[in-house]
Design a protein around this ligand. Structure first.
Ligand code: UGA
Length: 434
């Protein structure tokens, strides 16, 4: 099939590459000339494990093309995916201007039947708006489909190639057939393609992310309670997760969720609810709990350093909002840095992938270590904010000898409490009594 993907950001590039991988001919369109040049020359513009190999292969075999020219890019396409940014506006609602502008342009330039697919996370009712924007000037038949993505950064290629489900929202039999054919190679193991109306598809995306965020905030509150009552959140997690109705995944407490999706999507769903004259109480609490959780370690650090944090120096391991990405959007580490600096402390940071983006945002507020162990030099304590695998079995001797105090504040529960006690560390984590 001939496909066009408009927008070569994270979702667009993964989508385009993975569609090419099953033999489709894919053209990706972006207004950013620099990006299009880089991509055309074989340079992958995002960090995503496993993507580069697929990208290189499909580019080489001529199934992936890049252009800044929308008209040229969509000329032969049967399906056009819109993978455009929908940043939160001042009122928390998703800003649809990028999506609607392209839709309007498409209406002017399409000359034969095409399926236009909303891939961006968009509020309920957007498919109607896209349809109206295209129809303004359109002389040909077309259908609009809502097809939300459920990719996780760091495992996006796998999530695309083997999705738990594919959600396709459309009232058109013709579009349904095209979409079913396109996705058939990805659901061969038997995972479902769920066909539904557009609005349900649009809401499914927000409901999925909001539910997962709720699970996390719930566990973070259970962790707080565990500390107060002397229970161990790891035990409670296992105890409840083995019930199939609850499930084992996404029950890990920590210092809050971050990234480009959960915070934005929960906020947008609260806003959509308010617009529909409904106060979504649970989600307001989910956001509130998460905001507080980002600084969960601070009172622990303050109570350890009884004479205050002024003049203290901290090593901070992990900056990305989660492992296997260089994404630092809404990353708890950034909030920790601000809080420590506000208290008069200094911070040295290390992250396997996210040093450059942090440097851009934080500048010389912190120092940047070359290595996870040089990060510890002269530090009074170590703080861990992201569970990168490389932090999981560190050289504890080295840590003990380099830090001024044998103190570790772990926001991701990387180590066993007992072991840390045996090693003589002052070790504090989330929801586990030391
Ligand atoms: C999330 C969803 O998981 C994807 O299904 C969805 O497609 C994507 O948003 C999106 O809307 O584009 P992502 O933001 O990449 O994916 O990250 P996750 O792996 O879901 O993690 C989100 C946050 O939750 C991270 O900050 C992580 O540390 C935190 N988390 C996750 C926990 O604190 N505890 C857990 O048990 C799991």
């Amino acid at each position: 099939m001939k496909i066009t993907v408009v927008g070569t950001g994270y979702v667009g590039l993964v989508t385009g590459t993975c569609f090419a991988e099953t033999g489709n001919e894919v053209t990706c369109v972006d207004i950013d000339v620099n990006k299009v040049n880089k991509l055309s020359n074989g340079q992958v513009t995002i960090y995503e494990p496993g993507l580069e190999k697929l990208f290189e292969r499909n580019l080489k075999e001529g199934r992936l093309h890049f252009t800044t020219n929308l008209a040229e890019g969509i000329k032969d396409a049967q399906v056009i995916f819109l993978a455009l940014p929908t940043p939160p506006g001042a009122d928390g609602a998703a800003d649809l201007s990028f999506v609607l502008k392209v839709a309007e342009q498409l209406g002017k330039i399409m000359t034969d039947y095409k399926v236009i697919v909303d891939k961006s996370t968009v509020p309920v009712g957007t498919a109607d708006k896209v349809r109206a924007a295209i129809a303004q000037n359109c002389k040909t038949e077309f259908d609009v489909v809502s097809n939300p993505e459920f990719l996780r950064e760091g495992v996006a290629v796998d999530d695309f190639m083997k999705p738990d489900r594919v959600v396709i929202g459309t009232g058109s039999e013709r579009a349904r057939k095209v979409m079913g054919e396109l996705y058939a190679p990805y659901v061969r193991q038997g995972n479902p393609i769920l066909y539904m109306d557009e609005k349900s598809a649009e809401l499914t995306k927000y409901a999925a992310n909001s539910f997962l965020a709720t699970k996390i905030s719930f566990m973070n509150e259970i962790a707080i309670l565990c500390e107060k009552l002397g229970a161990d959140v790891d035990m409670v997690r296992r105890g409840i997760g083995s019930d199939d109705r609850i499930g084992k995944r996404f029950l890990f407490p920590g210092i809050g969720y971050g990234g480009s999706c959960f915070p934005k999507d929960v906020q947008a769903l609260v806003k959509s609810s308010a617009d529909a004259a409904y106060d979504f109480k649970i989600l307001n609490a989910v956001m509130d709990v998460n905001e507080k959780q980002k600084l969960f370690l601070l009172p622990k650090i303050k109570s350890y350093f009884k004479d205050g944090l002024k003049g203290k120096h901290f090593a901070l391991w992990g900056l990305a909002f989660k492992p296997n990405t260089d994404d630092i959007r809404e990353a708890p580490a950034l909030y920790i840095i601000d809080a420590l600096v506000a208290e008069g402390a200094t911070v040295s940071v290390f992250d396997p992938e996210a040093m450059a983006p942090v440097r851009q945002v934080v500048g010389d507020k912190v120092t940047y270590a070359e290595h996870q162990y040089t990060c510890l030099d002269n530090a009074d304590a170590l703080i861990i904010a992201t569970e990168w695998s490389v932090f999981r079995t560190p050289d504890f001797d080295k840590i003990a000898h380099t830090l001024k105090n044998k103190a570790i504040f772990d926001g991701r529960n990387l180590f066993e409490v007992e072991r840390m006690q045996e090693l003589g560390f002052h070790y504090e984590s989330v929801g586990r009594t030391a």
